[in-house]
Unconditional design. Structure first.
Lengths: 151, 801
């Protein structure tokens, strides 16, 4: 069973993600902040991390940077959940090696689609992300950069 | 023979009293000495041997003739001016010498004085002048009579010894008379810068007096010789007298010329825009009277003996002088009216239009401008226009009813008029410009925007006080270009680069720039600078290019803009977070309702409901900010009623059931007066903040007290959280301000709670303040007005802080 780590300070969001993803047959582990998430990863590396950006203490970007020190995008794909989609945040996300951005609130199908692809392929597929969703097309192209940076 | 004749202008000196006193003393001494001299002569002459040729007639007519001739000699005179004082040259001395040679000593002394007194009485001269002159003459004549009368019998008439005796007597007379004259003139003539000492008078006058003495003696001797040898030839005695008269006249002209030159020099000084002595601009209301006074001095009309001199200057100013070169008559009239009203107001002049019969020939119109001069109430300027319809200006001396102008004076008067006209015009122009410059300076100095004028070589030419306030540097400091201001100067200079190489007036471009500068105190300011290229007239140079910069400090606006942008980002984030589960659960429920167990469905729906409520609260919070932002504390509506601190704390705590274990309430209760619901809102905010910014294990203390103060009830909410940096304490109550970086937003607040709370507290007559130590915790203090007891003054909501 594929193991997903859900990191979000909002318990409602965590619970919701657990409800949806467990139904799809994934094992879901929760973390309410960055340090807890990093501890969980070092204990056992999950197949995918779903990471909120705005969190107490360490932000999602900070957590991502920490993760990328040890794990490449191929080893550990990360979906960043964001309610804030300004240019600066996006740029930081891509240069830090994010696999995919998923803006809040999202469509359940998009979530499932990305989780499935990232978990099955174990790496970011530029062609898949480009064709996957028109909203994410542009970001998908930048994701190539992020992936290359971290290779 | 000379005697004094004051113009009687009186009161010109700063303090006329000592002068009058001194004058009276001099006169009294003179009269006393004169009287003593007469008595001495009367006593001494009894022992003298009277020469046989002396007239000792039994008949009265020789004595009568002597008196009549004395009167005639006094009445014919040539006035000589010494500034304010006139000296009259007469033939009295000739007569006195002749009388001494012909009559017994006492007769020769007394009878001419009798004639003198009668003449003065007939001429209506002031008594004090007559007194002085009589005393002075009595003294001088006594010397002459004593020298001649006591020794005359010793010498043969017309012998050399006799002649020497006569000249010795006349010299004594002249010396005494000159000294007395110098004395009285030096006392009378003490006007500023014009006073002469006795010595100076003697130095200036001794030659004239000597020749007058010699002339008088010679004339008298000739008269006596003719009387003795050939009475039929006596009319020939008129020849030396005429020569004497000519000397008098030429001397009068010489002195008049000196006086005139002095006055004209003074006038020239008056006409210059800046007085070379004081380095100040002479205002129009001083220029006009001073010019009039100088003209009056220079061209004083002939006065009748005993009358006070009155007169002034007539100035014919053609309209052209005032700028309407050959323009329409209406323009001239308006010009003229403006000038006249200006003079009425500024020079306190009494302006009357001249009656046509008083107008000089070919004048259309003329005005008498009576300027109240201290020295002479009758001095006046007369302004007219249209001299033979030509643009010729004339200045005419004027005295009461006398329009005669000496032809010889016309050229100099015409040029003076032009100068005076020019000076008046310059003064008017200067006044206008000064007023204009004054207004502009006031605007530039009081406007809220900074104004900078930079010349083509990038020197600061103007730097107003608003600019000084904005950047903290004065103009001089910026032009110093030291290390403190060089950067600022460079930044401003940089803004002018866009115009490099353009010619003046080629571009009408107005450019706006954003500039971040460092103030004198190190603070960073954001400026909006509008730069315009202009052309500025420089003294003695061609027009120069310059850059006019209007500088507005937009630091505050920028900060608010940024806070608003942050706020919008925050609002967006705050709303999207609760929407996320709502959306996802709804989708899930719609796509497979049946596949979900009922308890899970319920939980999902429950979450949807809860998150919706949260959204509603957020939206209310934002709406409230909108409301308090638009109103001030004074106009915000609050329903003030009596309540107590404990009640408020209890009701607030009830809204935080999860915090029941952390809240530590203590202190003493007190009655306060406030809006219950609004106050609970404030307290909820403070407690909510304490919860957000501190660890769940730490207590949140609520302390109620009155701090020994009759006026305030206080609720302090303290946490043991992270605290607030000292530099940001002032800002926590600002709109949209949040302690943490929005990027790492942990508390989910809107950054509005404290802002709203403080506005509400102030609207109720209270306030909220904060103390904090970083890492140890924060204490927010809510202060509320105490409940009013009977008879206490009602405190109006919103009036207290």
């Amino acid at each position: 069973m594929k193991r997903l780590l859900v990191v979000d300070d909002d318990s409602f969001v965590r619970e919701m993600l657990r409800d949806l993803l467990e139904e799809k047959g994934y094992e879901v582990v929760e973390a309410e902040d960055g340090p807890t998430a990093l501890a969980a990863v070092s204990e056992r590396v999950p197949d995918l991390v779903i990471l909120d950006i705005m969190m107490p203490g360490l932000s999602g970007i900070d957590v991502l940077k920490q993760l990328r020190k040890k794990y490449s995008a191929n080893d550990l794909p990360v979906i960043l959940l964001t309610a804030k989609s300004d240019d600066d945040t996006t740029w930081q996300g891509w240069t830090s090696g994010v696999s995919v951005f998923l803006p809040k609130p999202f469509d359940n199908d998009h979530l499932f689609d990305w989780v499935r692809r990232l978990v099955q392929e174990g790496s970011t597929d530029p062609s898949a992300s480009a064709s996957g969703n028109s909203d994410l097309g542009g970001e998908g192209q930048i994701s190539e950069l992020g992936a290359l940076d971290n290779d | 023979m000379t005697e004094t004749q004051s113009l009687g202008l009186g009161g010109k000196g700063p303090d006329p009293k000592p002068r009058l006193l001194r004058e009276s003393v001099v006169i009294a001494i003179t009269v006393l000495l004169g009287g003593l001299a007469i008595v001495a002569v009367a006593v001494a002459s009894q022992d003298w041997e009277i020469p046989e040729y002396a007239i000792t007639d039994e008949n009265l007519w020789p004595y009568l003739l002597l008196v009549l001739m004395a009167m005639a000699a006094e009445i014919v005179y040539v006035p000589i001016r010494h500034g304010e004082v006139t000296e009259d040259l007469t033939f009295f001395e000739v007569l006195v010498v002749a009388a001494t040679l012909l009559f017994a000593p006492l007769v020769a002394l007394v009878l001419p004085l009798v004639g003198f007194i009668i003449a003065d009485f007939l001429l209506g001269r002031p008594i004090k002048k007559t007194l002085f002159n009589v005393g002075s003459f009595a003294l001088a004549t006594s010397a002459l009579v004593v020298i001649y009368g006591s020794q005359a019998a010793e010498f043969e008439r017309f012998s050399l010894g006799w002649l020497l005796l006569v000249f010795a007597g006349v010299t004594a007379f002249t010396v005494i008379n000159l000294f007395m004259l110098a004395w009285i003139l030096s006392v009378e003539q003490d006007e500023e810068n014009r006073s002469k000492s006795i010595r100076e008078f003697v130095r200036d006058e001794w030659k004239l007096s000597f020749w007058m003495g010699a002339g008088s003696a010679a004339s008298a001797i000739v008269l006596v010789i003719l009387e003795v040898t050939a009475p039929v030839l006596m009319p020939l005695a008129a020849i030396p007298i005429a020569a004497l008269w000519y000397v008098y006249k030429s001397n009068q002209l010489r002195l008049k010329e000196i006086e005139r030159n002095k006055s004209l020099l003074e006038l020239n000084r008056t006409l210059t825009l800046v007085d070379p002595r004081t380095q100040r601009v002479t205002p129009l209301n001083k220029l006009v009277p001073e010019a009039a006074e100088n003209l009056r001095r220079a061209f004083l009309a002939k006065s009748q003996r005993g009358e006070e001199e009155s007169g002034g200057a007539v100035v014919l100013v053609h309209g052209a002088v005032y700028g309407s070169f050959g323009g329409k008559d209406e323009n001239l009239a308006a010009e003229e009216e403006m000038l006249l009203s200006k003079w009425r107001a500024e020079a306190r002049a009494d302006v009357t239009e001249l009656r046509s019969e008083l107008l000089p020939k070919r004048w259309d119109r003329g005005y008498v401008v009576q300027i109240p001069l201290d020295s002479d109430p009758n001095a006046a300027l007369v302004i007219g226009k249209s001299w033979q319809n030509k643009g010729v200006d004339k200045v005419l001396p004027w005295s009461k009813g006398n329009w005669e102008i000496p032809k010889a004076d016309m050229p100099i008067l015409a040029s003076l008029a032009a100068s005076l006209g020019g000076a008046i015009q310059a003064r008017n122009f200067f006044d206008e410009k000064s007023e204009e410059a004054g207004k502009l300076a006031a605007v530039v100095d009081n406007i809220s925007d900074g104004i900078v004028l930079m010349d083509s070589e990038h020197r600061i030419q103007l730097w107003n006080s608003a600019m000084e306030r904005i950047v903290g540097f004065a103009e001089a400091e910026v032009n110093l270009l030291d290390e403190r201001t060089a950067e600022l100067h460079n930044q401003l200079t940089g803004l002018t680069q866009d115009w490099a190489g353009t010619e003046p007036d080629q571009t009408e471009e107005i450019n706006s720039y954003a500039l971040t500068v460092r103030r004198a105190d190190g603070e960073s300011r954001e400026l909006d600078v509008v730069v315009v290229q202009i052309s500025v007239q420089r003294i003695d140079q061609d027009a120069d290019l310059a850059y006019l910069m209007t500088v507005r400090d937009i630091t505050k606006e920028r900060r608010v803009e940024r806070m608003k942008a942050d706020f919008i980002a925050t609002v967006s984030h705050e709303l999207k977070t609760p929407i996320t589960p709502i959306k996802s659960y709804s989708q899930r429920l719609l796509t497979g309702w049946e596949t979900l167990p009922p308890d899970k469905r319920d939980r999902m729906l429950q979450t949807i409901l809860e998150r919706s409520d949260h959204l509603t609260r957020l939206v209310n919070d934002f709406t409230e900010v909108q409301e308090v932002s638009e109103r001030t504390s004074a106009t915000l509506e609050v329903n003030v009623a009596d309540t107590s601190l404990a009640q408020l704390v209890h009701d607030t705590a009830a809204a935080f059931p999860g915090l029941a274990e952390r809240l530590v309430v203590k202190g003493t209760d007190a009655g306060v007066r406030c809006d219950h619901d609004r106050t609970v809102q404030c307290l909820s905010n403070l407690i909510g903040n304490a919860e957000k910014y501190s660890e769940p294990s730490t207590p949140i203390k609520i302390d109620m007290n009155t701090a020994g103060d009759e006026e305030w009830g206080i609720i302090a909410v303290s946490d043991e959280g992270r605290g607030i940096p000292a530099g940001e304490l002032d800002r926590v109550f600002e709109q949209f301000y949040r302690v943490e970086d929005p990027m790492t937003m942990t508390t989910g607040g809107s950054g509005l709670g404290l802002y709203i709370s403080r506005v509400l507290a102030r609207a109720m007559g209270g306030d909220i303040s904060v103390q904090s130590t970083l890492g140890e915790g924060s204490t927010f203090v809510l202060r509320l007005p105490r409940r009013l007891e009977e008879g206490q003054h009602e405190k109006a909501p919103g009036s207290g802080r």
